[in-house]
Design a binder for this molecule. Structure first.
Ligand SMILES: [Zn+2]
Length: 490
Protein backbone atom coordinates (compact mmCIF):
# COMPACT_ATOMS: atom_id res chain seq x y z
CA UNK A 1 0.00 0.00 0.00
CA UNK A 2 2.94 2.31 0.49
CA UNK A 3 3.42 4.99 -2.10
CA UNK A 4 -0.18 4.90 -3.25
CA UNK A 5 -1.97 8.15 -3.37
CA UNK A 6 -5.46 8.06 -1.95
CA UNK A 7 -6.60 11.51 -2.76
CA UNK A 8 -9.96 11.71 -4.47
CA UNK A 9 -9.61 11.80 -8.20
CA UNK A 10 -6.58 9.55 -8.17
CA UNK A 11 -8.58 6.40 -7.80
CA UNK A 12 -8.96 5.79 -11.48
CA UNK A 13 -7.48 2.33 -11.16
CA UNK A 14 -10.06 1.28 -8.63
CA UNK A 15 -13.01 -0.48 -10.21
CA UNK A 16 -15.62 0.70 -7.67
CA UNK A 17 -16.46 3.76 -5.64
CA UNK A 18 -16.63 3.29 -1.86
CA UNK A 19 -18.37 5.06 0.95
CA UNK A 20 -17.03 5.05 4.52
CA UNK A 21 -19.54 4.55 7.33
CA UNK A 22 -18.42 5.58 10.81
CA UNK A 23 -20.02 5.42 14.23
CA UNK A 24 -18.35 6.40 17.49
CA UNK A 25 -18.39 5.12 21.05
CA UNK A 26 -17.13 7.92 23.23
CA UNK A 27 -16.27 7.34 26.89
CA UNK A 28 -16.16 10.41 29.10
CA UNK A 29 -14.92 10.44 32.71
CA UNK A 30 -17.31 12.52 34.76
CA UNK A 31 -16.05 15.35 36.95
CA UNK A 32 -17.52 14.03 40.22
CA UNK A 33 -15.35 14.26 43.35
CA UNK A 34 -16.08 10.67 44.33
CA UNK A 35 -16.50 7.39 42.46
CA UNK A 36 -19.75 6.10 41.04
CA UNK A 37 -20.57 3.50 43.71
CA UNK A 38 -18.37 4.43 46.71
CA UNK A 39 -16.92 7.55 48.36
CA UNK A 40 -13.32 7.07 47.19
CA UNK A 41 -11.70 10.08 45.52
CA UNK A 42 -11.63 10.25 41.73
CA UNK A 43 -8.53 12.49 41.70
CA UNK A 44 -6.06 11.56 38.97
CA UNK A 45 -2.80 9.90 40.06
CA UNK A 46 -1.96 9.21 43.72
CA UNK A 47 0.11 6.28 45.00
CA UNK A 48 -1.26 3.05 43.49
CA UNK A 49 -4.24 1.51 45.30
CA UNK A 50 -4.56 4.31 47.87
CA UNK A 51 -7.89 5.61 46.51
CA UNK A 52 -9.69 2.34 46.97
CA UNK A 53 -12.11 0.59 49.32
CA UNK A 54 -13.87 -2.81 49.45
CA UNK A 55 -16.51 -1.62 46.91
CA UNK A 56 -14.18 -0.46 44.14
CA UNK A 57 -11.82 -3.40 44.64
CA UNK A 58 -14.73 -5.82 44.33
CA UNK A 59 -14.56 -7.42 47.78
CA UNK A 60 -17.25 -10.03 48.46
CA UNK A 61 -20.07 -8.64 50.57
CA UNK A 62 -19.46 -5.00 49.69
CA UNK A 63 -22.44 -3.14 48.24
CA UNK A 64 -22.52 -0.31 45.68
CA UNK A 65 -24.44 2.92 46.34
CA UNK A 66 -25.10 5.12 43.32
CA UNK A 67 -23.60 8.65 43.31
CA UNK A 68 -26.46 11.05 42.55
CA UNK A 69 -24.15 13.50 40.77
CA UNK A 70 -23.37 10.86 38.13
CA UNK A 71 -27.05 10.70 37.19
CA UNK A 72 -27.25 14.49 37.05
CA UNK A 73 -24.23 14.82 34.75
CA UNK A 74 -25.47 12.02 32.48
CA UNK A 75 -28.88 13.70 32.32
CA UNK A 76 -27.34 17.09 31.58
CA UNK A 77 -25.32 15.69 28.68
CA UNK A 78 -28.31 13.73 27.39
CA UNK A 79 -30.61 16.75 27.49
CA UNK A 80 -28.00 18.93 25.77
CA UNK A 81 -27.74 16.27 23.06
CA UNK A 82 -31.51 16.32 22.54
CA UNK A 83 -32.01 12.80 23.95
CA UNK A 84 -35.09 11.10 25.37
CA UNK A 85 -34.73 10.15 29.03
CA UNK A 86 -35.58 6.71 30.33
CA UNK A 87 -37.25 7.88 33.52
CA UNK A 88 -36.98 4.35 34.83
CA UNK A 89 -33.49 3.09 34.15
CA UNK A 90 -31.40 0.24 35.49
CA UNK A 91 -27.87 -1.05 35.87
CA UNK A 92 -26.65 -4.34 34.43
CA UNK A 93 -23.61 -6.48 34.97
CA UNK A 94 -21.30 -6.95 32.03
CA UNK A 95 -19.30 -10.06 32.80
CA UNK A 96 -15.73 -10.47 31.74
CA UNK A 97 -12.54 -11.69 33.31
CA UNK A 98 -9.53 -9.46 33.30
CA UNK A 99 -7.18 -8.41 36.11
CA UNK A 100 -8.08 -4.71 35.85
CA UNK A 101 -11.66 -5.62 36.77
CA UNK A 102 -11.67 -6.98 40.34
CA UNK A 103 -15.39 -7.87 40.48
CA UNK A 104 -15.15 -9.87 37.27
CA UNK A 105 -18.00 -7.77 35.98
CA UNK A 106 -18.43 -4.13 35.11
CA UNK A 107 -21.56 -2.34 36.26
CA UNK A 108 -22.99 -0.74 33.14
CA UNK A 109 -26.35 -0.24 31.45
CA UNK A 110 -27.59 -2.41 28.61
CA UNK A 111 -31.36 -2.84 28.68
CA UNK A 112 -32.48 0.56 29.94
CA UNK A 113 -29.76 3.17 29.47
CA UNK A 114 -30.42 6.61 30.96
CA UNK A 115 -30.74 8.45 27.62
CA UNK A 116 -31.49 7.46 24.03
CA UNK A 117 -32.41 8.82 20.61
CA UNK A 118 -30.82 12.23 20.43
CA UNK A 119 -28.70 14.11 17.94
CA UNK A 120 -25.89 16.60 17.73
CA UNK A 121 -25.67 19.19 14.95
CA UNK A 122 -22.33 19.70 13.25
CA UNK A 123 -21.04 21.94 10.47
CA UNK A 124 -19.60 20.03 7.51
CA UNK A 125 -18.18 21.08 4.16
CA UNK A 126 -21.64 20.48 2.69
CA UNK A 127 -23.52 22.40 5.37
CA UNK A 128 -25.26 21.40 8.57
CA UNK A 129 -25.74 17.75 9.48
CA UNK A 130 -27.16 15.99 12.52
CA UNK A 131 -25.30 12.99 13.94
CA UNK A 132 -27.73 10.72 15.72
CA UNK A 133 -27.09 9.65 19.30
CA UNK A 134 -28.22 6.05 19.77
CA UNK A 135 -27.85 6.07 23.55
CA UNK A 136 -25.93 7.34 26.55
CA UNK A 137 -25.28 5.00 29.43
CA UNK A 138 -23.59 5.25 32.81
CA UNK A 139 -20.90 2.82 33.86
CA UNK A 140 -17.79 2.40 35.98
CA UNK A 141 -14.21 2.58 34.79
CA UNK A 142 -11.75 -0.31 35.28
CA UNK A 143 -8.37 -0.24 37.04
CA UNK A 144 -5.08 0.19 35.24
CA UNK A 145 -2.57 -2.51 34.41
CA UNK A 146 1.08 -1.54 34.49
CA UNK A 147 3.32 -3.75 32.42
CA UNK A 148 7.11 -3.86 32.13
CA UNK A 149 7.85 -2.27 35.49
CA UNK A 150 8.71 -5.45 37.36
CA UNK A 151 10.13 -7.59 34.61
CA UNK A 152 8.17 -10.83 34.46
CA UNK A 153 4.85 -9.71 35.95
CA UNK A 154 2.19 -7.03 35.54
CA UNK A 155 1.00 -4.73 38.31
CA UNK A 156 -2.48 -3.38 38.86
CA UNK A 157 -3.64 -0.04 40.23
CA UNK A 158 -7.31 0.18 41.22
CA UNK A 159 -7.37 3.96 41.82
CA UNK A 160 -9.30 4.36 38.56
CA UNK A 161 -11.60 1.43 39.30
CA UNK A 162 -15.11 2.81 39.86
CA UNK A 163 -14.48 6.26 38.38
CA UNK A 164 -17.79 7.22 36.74
CA UNK A 165 -18.08 7.17 32.97
CA UNK A 166 -20.76 7.88 30.46
CA UNK A 167 -20.57 6.16 27.12
CA UNK A 168 -22.09 8.10 24.25
CA UNK A 169 -22.94 5.81 21.35
CA UNK A 170 -23.59 7.54 18.04
CA UNK A 171 -25.49 6.22 15.06
CA UNK A 172 -23.28 5.26 12.08
CA UNK A 173 -23.96 8.68 10.56
CA UNK A 174 -20.46 9.96 9.84
CA UNK A 175 -18.81 9.56 6.44
CA UNK A 176 -15.29 10.92 6.84
CA UNK A 177 -12.68 12.03 9.37
CA UNK A 178 -13.76 15.68 9.07
CA UNK A 179 -17.25 14.85 10.27
CA UNK A 180 -15.88 12.71 13.09
CA UNK A 181 -13.65 15.52 14.36
CA UNK A 182 -16.49 18.07 14.06
CA UNK A 183 -18.73 15.74 16.07
CA UNK A 184 -16.10 15.15 18.76
CA UNK A 185 -15.34 18.84 19.05
CA UNK A 186 -19.01 19.69 19.44
CA UNK A 187 -19.45 16.92 22.00
CA UNK A 188 -16.38 18.04 23.94
CA UNK A 189 -17.46 21.65 23.95
CA UNK A 190 -20.97 20.76 25.09
CA UNK A 191 -19.74 18.55 27.92
CA UNK A 192 -17.13 21.07 29.04
CA UNK A 193 -19.74 23.80 29.14
CA UNK A 194 -21.94 21.62 31.31
CA UNK A 195 -19.00 21.10 33.65
CA UNK A 196 -19.60 17.34 33.37
CA UNK A 197 -16.01 16.56 32.35
CA UNK A 198 -12.81 18.28 31.26
CA UNK A 199 -12.75 15.93 28.20
CA UNK A 200 -8.99 15.66 27.76
CA UNK A 201 -8.10 13.12 25.10
CA UNK A 202 -4.43 13.02 26.09
CA UNK A 203 -5.22 12.27 29.73
CA UNK A 204 -7.93 9.79 28.85
CA UNK A 205 -10.88 11.66 30.34
CA UNK A 206 -12.39 11.47 26.84
CA UNK A 207 -11.75 8.35 24.75
CA UNK A 208 -13.16 7.58 21.33
CA UNK A 209 -13.49 4.16 19.76
CA UNK A 210 -14.13 4.27 16.03
CA UNK A 211 -16.42 1.76 14.35
CA UNK A 212 -15.79 1.80 10.63
CA UNK A 213 -16.96 -0.09 7.59
CA UNK A 214 -16.93 0.58 3.88
CA UNK A 215 -19.51 -0.22 1.25
CA UNK A 216 -19.99 0.46 -2.42
CA UNK A 217 -21.60 3.80 -3.10
CA UNK A 218 -25.34 3.26 -3.38
CA UNK A 219 -25.37 0.01 -1.37
CA UNK A 220 -28.08 -0.23 1.30
CA UNK A 221 -26.50 -2.87 3.52
CA UNK A 222 -23.68 -1.93 5.84
CA UNK A 223 -20.30 -3.59 5.34
CA UNK A 224 -18.55 -5.56 8.08
CA UNK A 225 -17.15 -3.14 10.63
CA UNK A 226 -14.06 -3.08 12.75
CA UNK A 227 -13.56 -1.19 15.98
CA UNK A 228 -10.41 0.82 16.59
CA UNK A 229 -9.16 1.67 20.06
CA UNK A 230 -6.22 3.56 21.54
CA UNK A 231 -6.94 6.85 19.79
CA UNK A 232 -5.79 9.67 22.05
CA UNK A 233 -5.67 12.66 19.74
CA UNK A 234 -7.68 14.11 16.86
CA UNK A 235 -4.63 13.50 14.69
CA UNK A 236 -4.53 9.81 15.56
CA UNK A 237 -8.27 9.54 14.91
CA UNK A 238 -7.89 11.14 11.48
CA UNK A 239 -4.96 8.90 10.54
CA UNK A 240 -6.67 5.78 11.87
CA UNK A 241 -9.80 6.48 9.82
CA UNK A 242 -7.82 6.98 6.62
CA UNK A 243 -5.65 3.93 7.28
CA UNK A 244 -8.55 1.64 8.13
CA UNK A 245 -10.65 2.79 5.17
CA UNK A 246 -7.78 2.00 2.83
CA UNK A 247 -7.10 -1.36 4.47
CA UNK A 248 -10.72 -2.43 4.10
CA UNK A 249 -10.97 -1.21 0.50
CA UNK A 250 -7.80 -3.14 -0.35
CA UNK A 251 -9.31 -6.31 1.11
CA UNK A 252 -12.55 -5.88 -0.83
CA UNK A 253 -10.70 -5.10 -4.03
CA UNK A 254 -8.75 -8.33 -3.58
CA UNK A 255 -12.00 -10.20 -2.99
CA UNK A 256 -11.15 -10.92 0.66
CA UNK A 257 -13.60 -10.50 3.54
CA UNK A 258 -13.27 -7.86 6.26
CA UNK A 259 -13.22 -9.59 9.63
CA UNK A 260 -15.27 -8.14 12.48
CA UNK A 261 -12.65 -7.43 15.13
CA UNK A 262 -11.16 -4.88 17.49
CA UNK A 263 -7.97 -3.33 16.21
CA UNK A 264 -5.35 -1.25 17.97
CA UNK A 265 -4.14 1.81 16.12
CA UNK A 266 -0.40 2.39 16.31
CA UNK A 267 0.03 6.10 15.65
CA UNK A 268 3.83 5.93 15.53
CA UNK A 269 3.80 3.09 13.01
CA UNK A 270 0.85 4.49 11.08
CA UNK A 271 -1.00 1.17 10.97
CA UNK A 272 -3.47 -0.90 12.97
CA UNK A 273 -3.22 -4.50 14.08
CA UNK A 274 -5.84 -6.90 15.42
CA UNK A 275 -6.36 -7.06 19.20
CA UNK A 276 -9.18 -9.56 19.49
CA UNK A 277 -12.26 -10.70 17.66
CA UNK A 278 -15.14 -8.38 18.44
CA UNK A 279 -17.50 -9.56 21.15
CA UNK A 280 -21.26 -9.28 20.90
CA UNK A 281 -23.52 -8.44 23.81
CA UNK A 282 -24.24 -12.12 24.43
CA UNK A 283 -20.55 -12.80 25.01
CA UNK A 284 -20.80 -10.66 28.12
CA UNK A 285 -23.78 -12.52 29.58
CA UNK A 286 -25.39 -9.29 30.77
CA UNK A 287 -27.96 -9.47 33.55
CA UNK A 288 -29.60 -6.84 35.77
CA UNK A 289 -27.45 -5.92 38.76
CA UNK A 290 -29.27 -7.24 41.84
CA UNK A 291 -27.41 -4.92 44.22
CA UNK A 292 -28.64 -1.66 42.73
CA UNK A 293 -32.25 -0.48 42.74
CA UNK A 294 -33.63 1.01 39.51
CA UNK A 295 -33.11 4.75 39.10
CA UNK A 296 -36.39 6.66 38.93
CA UNK A 297 -36.06 10.09 37.37
CA UNK A 298 -39.18 12.18 37.82
CA UNK A 299 -40.08 15.07 35.51
CA UNK A 300 -39.35 17.65 38.22
CA UNK A 301 -35.76 16.38 38.42
CA UNK A 302 -35.36 16.64 34.66
CA UNK A 303 -36.72 20.18 34.75
CA UNK A 304 -34.29 21.09 37.53
CA UNK A 305 -31.36 19.89 35.41
CA UNK A 306 -32.63 21.81 32.40
CA UNK A 307 -32.96 25.00 34.43
CA UNK A 308 -29.52 24.63 35.92
CA UNK A 309 -27.82 24.09 32.60
CA UNK A 310 -25.08 26.58 32.12
CA UNK A 311 -25.13 29.00 29.29
CA UNK A 312 -24.30 27.01 26.20
CA UNK A 313 -21.91 28.14 23.51
CA UNK A 314 -24.41 29.61 21.05
CA UNK A 315 -25.94 31.74 23.79
CA UNK A 316 -22.51 32.87 24.91
CA UNK A 317 -21.56 33.83 21.37
CA UNK A 318 -24.69 35.90 21.02
CA UNK A 319 -24.12 37.59 24.36
CA UNK A 320 -20.49 38.47 23.55
CA UNK A 321 -21.62 40.14 20.35
CA UNK A 322 -24.56 41.99 21.85
CA UNK A 323 -23.18 43.00 25.24
CA UNK A 324 -19.52 43.50 24.45
CA UNK A 325 -19.60 44.33 20.76
CA UNK A 326 -17.24 41.48 19.92
CA UNK A 327 -17.30 40.50 16.19
CA UNK A 328 -18.97 37.16 15.42
CA UNK A 329 -15.72 35.52 14.26
CA UNK A 330 -13.92 36.51 17.47
CA UNK A 331 -16.86 35.40 19.62
CA UNK A 332 -16.64 32.02 17.90
CA UNK A 333 -12.98 31.60 18.80
CA UNK A 334 -13.38 32.89 22.36
CA UNK A 335 -16.14 30.36 23.02
CA UNK A 336 -14.48 27.45 21.23
CA UNK A 337 -13.11 26.30 24.56
CA UNK A 338 -14.69 26.68 27.98
CA UNK A 339 -11.37 27.63 29.59
CA UNK A 340 -10.77 30.39 27.04
CA UNK A 341 -14.32 31.74 27.51
CA UNK A 342 -13.84 31.74 31.29
CA UNK A 343 -10.57 33.67 31.02
CA UNK A 344 -12.22 36.17 28.68
CA UNK A 345 -15.24 36.78 30.88
CA UNK A 346 -13.36 37.06 34.15
CA UNK A 347 -10.66 39.30 32.74
CA UNK A 348 -13.27 41.49 31.03
CA UNK A 349 -15.22 41.83 34.27
CA UNK A 350 -12.07 42.71 36.24
CA UNK A 351 -10.73 45.42 33.95
CA UNK A 352 -13.98 46.52 32.30
CA UNK A 353 -12.41 46.41 28.81
CA UNK A 354 -13.89 43.37 27.03
CA UNK A 355 -12.68 44.42 23.58
CA UNK A 356 -9.10 44.89 24.76
CA UNK A 357 -9.17 41.53 26.55
CA UNK A 358 -10.56 39.92 23.41
CA UNK A 359 -7.70 41.44 21.37
CA UNK A 360 -5.07 39.95 23.68
CA UNK A 361 -6.70 36.55 23.37
CA UNK A 362 -7.29 36.75 19.62
CA UNK A 363 -3.84 38.02 18.66
CA UNK A 364 -1.04 37.33 21.14
CA UNK A 365 -2.58 34.33 22.87
CA UNK A 366 -3.41 32.56 19.60
CA UNK A 367 0.05 33.38 18.27
CA UNK A 368 1.79 31.91 21.32
CA UNK A 369 -0.51 28.88 21.35
CA UNK A 370 0.42 28.20 17.75
CA UNK A 371 4.10 28.68 18.49
CA UNK A 372 3.95 26.19 21.38
CA UNK A 373 1.61 23.77 19.60
CA UNK A 374 -0.91 24.24 22.40
CA UNK A 375 -4.62 23.76 22.62
CA UNK A 376 -6.90 26.28 24.38
CA UNK A 377 -7.51 23.70 27.10
CA UNK A 378 -3.86 23.99 28.11
CA UNK A 379 -3.90 27.74 28.84
CA UNK A 380 -2.51 28.30 32.32
CA UNK A 381 -2.52 32.05 32.94
CA UNK A 382 -4.99 33.68 35.28
CA UNK A 383 -7.63 36.19 34.17
CA UNK A 384 -6.47 38.53 36.98
CA UNK A 385 -3.05 38.89 35.40
CA UNK A 386 -4.42 39.47 31.92
CA UNK A 387 -6.80 42.08 33.34
CA UNK A 388 -3.91 43.83 35.13
CA UNK A 389 -1.91 43.92 31.91
CA UNK A 390 -4.83 45.46 30.00
CA UNK A 391 -5.21 48.10 32.72
CA UNK A 392 -1.48 48.90 32.67
CA UNK A 393 -1.67 49.60 28.94
CA UNK A 394 -4.94 51.52 29.20
CA UNK A 395 -3.58 53.76 31.95
CA UNK A 396 -0.47 54.42 29.89
CA UNK A 397 1.79 52.87 32.52
CA UNK A 398 3.45 50.72 29.87
CA UNK A 399 3.40 50.94 26.10
CA UNK A 400 2.35 48.30 23.59
CA UNK A 401 5.85 46.96 22.95
CA UNK A 402 6.61 46.42 26.63
CA UNK A 403 3.13 44.95 27.12
CA UNK A 404 3.81 42.27 24.50
CA UNK A 405 7.01 41.26 26.25
CA UNK A 406 5.30 41.14 29.63
CA UNK A 407 2.41 39.16 28.18
CA UNK A 408 4.76 36.41 27.01
CA UNK A 409 5.76 35.93 30.65
CA UNK A 410 2.13 35.98 31.78
CA UNK A 411 1.42 33.32 29.15
CA UNK A 412 4.42 31.17 30.10
CA UNK A 413 4.60 31.55 33.87
CA UNK A 414 1.53 33.52 34.89
CA UNK A 415 3.62 36.33 36.42
CA UNK A 416 1.96 39.33 38.05
CA UNK A 417 2.47 42.08 35.44
CA UNK A 418 2.15 44.94 37.97
CA UNK A 419 4.91 43.59 40.16
CA UNK A 420 7.06 42.71 37.19
CA UNK A 421 6.78 46.17 35.63
CA UNK A 422 7.77 47.80 38.96
CA UNK A 423 10.64 45.40 39.61
CA UNK A 424 12.12 45.78 36.14
CA UNK A 425 11.44 49.53 35.89
CA UNK A 426 9.41 49.18 32.71
CA UNK A 427 7.08 52.13 33.25
CA UNK A 428 6.76 54.34 30.21
CA UNK A 429 8.81 57.53 30.49
CA UNK A 430 6.58 60.54 29.84
CA UNK A 431 8.86 63.17 31.32
CA UNK A 432 9.26 65.58 28.41
CA UNK A 433 12.56 66.98 29.63
CA UNK A 434 14.11 63.54 29.81
CA UNK A 435 12.74 62.53 26.42
CA UNK A 436 13.80 65.79 24.80
CA UNK A 437 17.40 65.22 25.93
CA UNK A 438 17.44 61.72 24.48
CA UNK A 439 15.88 62.90 21.23
CA UNK A 440 18.50 65.65 20.88
CA UNK A 441 21.18 62.98 21.07
CA UNK A 442 19.38 60.86 18.48
CA UNK A 443 19.12 63.83 16.11
CA UNK A 444 22.80 64.60 16.50
CA UNK A 445 23.73 61.00 15.83
CA UNK A 446 21.58 60.82 12.68
CA UNK A 447 22.13 64.02 10.69
CA UNK A 448 21.27 62.36 7.38
CA UNK A 449 17.76 61.45 8.57
CA UNK A 450 17.23 65.04 9.70
CA UNK A 451 18.29 66.26 6.26
CA UNK A 452 16.03 63.70 4.59
CA UNK A 453 13.04 64.74 6.71
CA UNK A 454 13.58 68.41 6.07
CA UNK A 455 13.97 67.62 2.38
CA UNK A 456 10.42 66.22 2.37
CA UNK A 457 10.93 62.53 3.24
CA UNK A 458 8.18 62.13 5.82
CA UNK A 459 9.21 58.54 6.44
CA UNK A 460 12.49 59.57 8.01
CA UNK A 461 10.64 60.47 11.19
CA UNK A 462 9.70 56.82 11.68
CA UNK A 463 13.35 55.89 11.77
CA UNK A 464 14.07 58.61 14.34
CA UNK A 465 11.16 57.45 16.54
CA UNK A 466 12.59 53.94 16.33
CA UNK A 467 16.06 55.12 17.33
CA UNK A 468 14.62 57.04 20.28
CA UNK A 469 12.60 54.01 21.43
CA UNK A 470 15.78 51.96 21.18
CA UNK A 471 17.74 54.48 23.24
CA UNK A 472 14.91 54.40 25.82
CA UNK A 473 14.96 50.59 25.85
CA UNK A 474 11.39 50.59 24.57
CA UNK A 475 10.05 52.44 27.60
CA UNK A 476 9.09 55.74 25.97
CA UNK A 477 5.57 56.65 24.95
CA UNK A 478 5.71 56.62 21.12
CA UNK A 479 3.04 59.33 20.84
CA UNK A 480 4.97 61.76 23.04
CA UNK A 481 8.22 60.94 21.21
CA UNK A 482 6.51 61.71 17.91
CA UNK A 483 5.22 65.05 19.17
CA UNK A 484 8.59 66.19 20.50
CA UNK A 485 10.36 65.08 17.32
CA UNK A 486 7.94 66.93 15.09
CA UNK A 487 8.40 70.08 17.19
CA UNK A 488 12.19 69.83 17.18
CA UNK A 489 12.38 69.16 13.44
CA UNK A 490 10.06 72.00 12.49
ZN1 LIG B 1 -13.97 2.81 46.66
Amino acid sequence: MKGRNWREGERGKMSKQYETVIGLEVHVELATKTKIFCSCSTAFGGAPNTRTCPVCTGMPGSLPVLNRQVVEYALAVGLAAGCQVNQYCKFDRKNYFYPDNPQNYQISQLYLPICHDGGIGIETEDGKKVIGIHEIHMEEDAGKLIHDEWGDCSLVDYNRSGVPLIEIVSEPDMRNAGEVIAYLEKLRMTIQYLGASDCKLQEGSMRADVNLSVREVGAKELGTRTEMKNLNSFRAITHAIEGERNRQIDLLEEGKPVIQETRRWDEAGGCSYPMRSKEDAQDYRYFPDPDLPPVVIDSAWIQKIRDAQLEMREEKMRRYQEEYGIPAYDAGILTSDKGMADIFEEAAALCGKPKKVSNWLMVETLRLMKEHGMDAGELRFSPEHLAKLVSLVEEGVINGTVAKEVFELVFDRDIDPEKYVEEKGLRTVKDEGKLRAVIQEVLEANPQSVVDYKGGKQKAIGFLVGQTMKAMKGKADPGTVNQILTKLLA
